[in-house]
Design a protein around this ligand. Structure first.
Ligand code: BES
Ligand code: MN
Ligand code: ZN
Length: 502
């Protein structure tokens, strides 16, 4: 894990492997961003000109390494593009800072220490730089030989921030807590599915609960059968690795509100008897990304001591085909009592979530938010960078969308058109687990909506697109598990604690 320190030293005076400076895409060529004054001075004021000679433009994500001049202790200066500079009197957008710091940290993997001399005129900017650096430095090497050199940048020293200023101190603490929890989710998502079955996932949650003073309850397959959790059991019964429902609670006496977060935790989605073809199952270890996000968000709420109660519900199962697997045509009796005809065993996420949402509703929380890699249709609709938000309340959906944007996560509101419900009518059960193909992401949302308790505001985040990055890393986003939705959930909890939402 990368360490973060706030330093009062000059960027030029610190002993490190590299100094990171910002370069903006000015109207007349690259411009050195605030924070890099001491470094620019050591170049005789010619840093911008030198960068231009090297072909740098200051565009977002651009990384240029150059030898440091005399007067700078570190041997390398790394100039990272920030895109267009802000208007006069304004600061850089937080997301531009996060992306730049992330790209810089990533290209410094293998190094011990880097000084970040990016523009941090206020605490929010410092938080963005810190968060971007800690997220961008992330690498997943648990299953690789140490010798491959992919060790993350070990230490980030942030200059320009005021370590004794309360606001900066809080910003650094929040950046560390959030980045550590996003990275916790990433680790779980990246873990191979032969080592992370529902049982191991539950054990990981129990250990974290112990460490952070959280209450945890695990329902194993026997308890699930006794409780009548037909959805979770129906999905898990084809696997040699039985399902679990994990309840993780963070409680504080100061809370005025209670949030329930529900995560889809399919540790591997083969499709079941409706088996996925090759080409569609290679990344399906990521199908527990929702549960990972919920787990991480509850721990973050505890670390930050938020004045809101948060209950996380992790619906964990492995979706496998076998002689004991649920067949297309089977009818399940759900925890709610409703019956579901399983037409396609690959539409399993909604089955495990439905049980968890019904269970979460029993505690009458002020809102329920579920997070799930639920449908390929949502990936077709919104692509790989944006998650869809559906809700039973327009105001709450808008609030969650705004909160996601504020947290630096791209999302978009999606409708729940009642017209799609008819295609889920079943001749044998109360509802089928699949409707028409068109608008499949919305049909999944409509299905879930029927399991939400009366009068409870509910939002559904379909993160199937952004949860797992199959292409190259960018900004502060690595290849593989991204930790999508963690920051949105935490920001929502913060807002609920402050009475600014619900
Ligand atoms: N886990 C998948 C959805 C998914 C697709 C996640 C791509 C991440 C990337 C989900 O369980 C699934 O298989 N959904 C089906 C539903 C269909 C059978 C109604 C789908 O989207 O094809
Ligand atoms: Mn599936
Ligand atoms: Zn799935």
């Amino acid at each position: 894990m990368t360490a973060l320190t706030l330093s009062t030293s000059s960027a030029a005076a610190l002993r490190a492997d590299a100094v990171v400076v910002g370069v903006a895409k000015g109207a007349k060529g690259p411009e050195v961003a605030p924070g890099a004054e001491a470094v620019d001075k050591a170049y005789g004021g010619k840093l911008a000109a030198t960068l231009e000679t090297l072909g740098a433009s200051g565009g977002e994500g651009e990384v240029t390494k150059l030898p440091a001049p005399a007067g700078v202790k570190a041997p390398v200066v790394l100039a990272v593009g920030l895109g267009e500079p802000p208007a006069d009197g304004e600061v850089y957008a937080a997301e531009a800072l996060r992306k730049a710091a992330g790209a810089a940290a990533r290209s410094l993997s293998g190094s011990k220490k880097a000084v970040f001399a990016l523009p941090v005129a206020d605490a929010a900017s410092a938080e963005a730089v810190a968060q971007g650096a800690l997220l961008g430095a992330y690498t997943y090497t648990a299953y690789q030989a140490k010798s491959n050199g992919k060790t993350p940048l070990a230490e980030v020293a942030l200059v320009g921030a005021k370590p004794r200023d309360k606001a900066y101190k809080a910003a650094a603490d929040r950046a560390i807590a959030l980045a550590d929890e996003v990275n916790r989710a990433r680790d779980l998502i990246n873990m191979p599915p032969n080592d992370l079955h529902p049982q191991e996932f539950a054990t990981v949650v129990q250990a974290a609960a112990k460490e952070h003073g959280l209450k945890v309850e695990v329902l194993d397959e026997k308890a699930l059968a006794k409780g009548g959790y037909g959805g979770i059991l129906g999905v898990g019964k084809g696997s040699a690795n039985p399902p679990r429902l994990v309840k993780l609670s963070y409680k504080t006496p100061k809370a005025k509100k209670h949030l329930a977060f529900v995560g889809k935790g399919i540790t591997y989605d083969s499709g079941g008897i409706s088996l996925k073809p090759a080409g569609h199952n290679e990344t399906m270890k990521c199908d527990m990304s929702g549960a990972a996000a919920v787990f991480a968000a509850v721990v973050a709420a505890a670390k930050l001591g938020l004045e809101v109660n948060v209950t996380g519900w992790l619906a964990l199962a492995e979706n496998m085909p076998s002689g004991t697997a649920t067949r297309p045509g089977d009818v399940l009796r759900m925890y709610s009592g409703k019956t579901v005809e399983v037409l396609n065993t690959d539409a399993e996420g909604r089955l495990v979530l439905a049980d968890a949402i019904t269970r979460a509703s029993e505690e009458k929380p002020d809102a329920i938010v579920d997070v799930a890699t639920l449908t390929g249709a949502m990936v077709l609709a919104l692509g790989n960078h944006i998650f869809g938000i559906m809700a039973n309340d327009d105001g709450f959906r808008t609030a969650v969308h705004d909160i996601a944007t504020e947290a630096g996560e791209q999302s978009w509101p999606m409708p729940l058109p009642v017209e799609l419900r008819k295609a889920m009518d079943s001749p044998t059960a109360d509802i089928a687990n699949m409707g028409e193909r068109m608008g499949g992401g919305l049909a999944a949302g409509l299905f879930l909506k029927e399991f939400v308790g009366e009068g409870i505001p509910w939002a559904h985040l379909d993160i199937a697109g952004p949860a797992f990055n199959e292409s190259g890393p960018f900004g502060y986003t690595p290849k593989g598990g991204t930790g999508s939705a963690v920051r949105t959930l935490v920001r929502l909890a913060e807002k609920a604690a402050d009475g600014d939402v619900l």
